[in-house]
Design a protein around this ligand. Structure first.
Ligand code: PRP
Ligand code: MG
Length: 211
């Protein structure tokens, strides 16, 4: 029997995904605290790879992974074509435009400097509003940008709001909410349909699903 290959995101979302896999009896082979990147469950014929969140979609798109667990943020930002089969409910947070507290002074006819890890999402959002922007692409810690004068605002994920607060920033505009998704390679979905459907069913029965 072929393996079912699942790509998981390193970091916060990967930890949540691991809890889900454990709960449905599929995480036995994973040692989360180890530095290993690949885990094989020979008995159940499932293997797991840990990759950067933004690479999960690439692995699934190329069929190297049949399934992946990744945030909707990453899916929206990538231009890959994968099948989103299930909303997993965890990893809940929102996209927001934020900036220095009390300094929401930007105007439509001025070019707004937007620092973000998500240029595609930010561009689409402001295009739809008719706001001219200049994107400043960063790879993390974007909250710093307005503080040092690199940008006027940021477009980023907000979960608890602690990072914004700790840096004297506030939400200017809520954009939209996101969660973690189970994604599938389109060809795998056809050729490994039975095993993939079974896996989806057991996730749906998982009681953490609706929290
Ligand atoms: C994410 C996000 C925000 C923060 C939101 O950053 O980019 O900065 O978490 O969470 P909070 O509202 O609960 O504070 P992350 O820690 O992933 O680091 P990075 O942006 O540097 O990659
Ligand atoms: Mg951050």
């Amino acid at each position: 029997m072929d393996y079912i290959n699942i790509a998981l995101a390193k970091g916060r979302l990967g930890d949540e995904a691991y809890k889900l896999l454990k709960a449905i009896g599929l995480g036995e082979s994973i040692v989360p605290e180890s530095r290993k990147l690949i885990f094989k469950d020979e008995e159940r014929k499932i293997s797991f790879v840990y990759v950067k969140p933004s690479d999960v979609v690439t692995y699934v798109q190329n069929g190297v992974a049949d399934l992946g667990i990744v945030g909707k943020d990453v899916i929206l930002e990538s231009d890959n074509d994968v099948y989103e089969i299930l909303d997993l409910g965890f990893g809940k947070c929102k996209f927001a435009v934020a900036g220095i507290k009390g300094k929401k002074t930007y105007k439509k006819d001025e070019v707004l400097r937007v620092a973000t890890k998500y240029p595609t999402i930010a561009k689409k959002y402001f295009d739809e509003k008719g706001q001219k922007i200049k994107i400043i692409k960063l790879n993390g810690s974007v909250e710093l940008a307005p503080l040092v004068g690199l940008s006027d605002v940021i477009v980023d994920l907000v979960e608890t709001g602690n990072t914004l607060k700790a840096n004297g920033l506030e939400v200017f505009e809520d954009m939209f909410g996101i969660t973690a998704k189970l994604i599938c390679n389109r060809v795998s979905y056809r050729f490994k349909y039975d095993r993939i459907s079974k896996l989806i069913e057991s996730i749906k029965e998982w009681e953490g699903m609706y929290y």
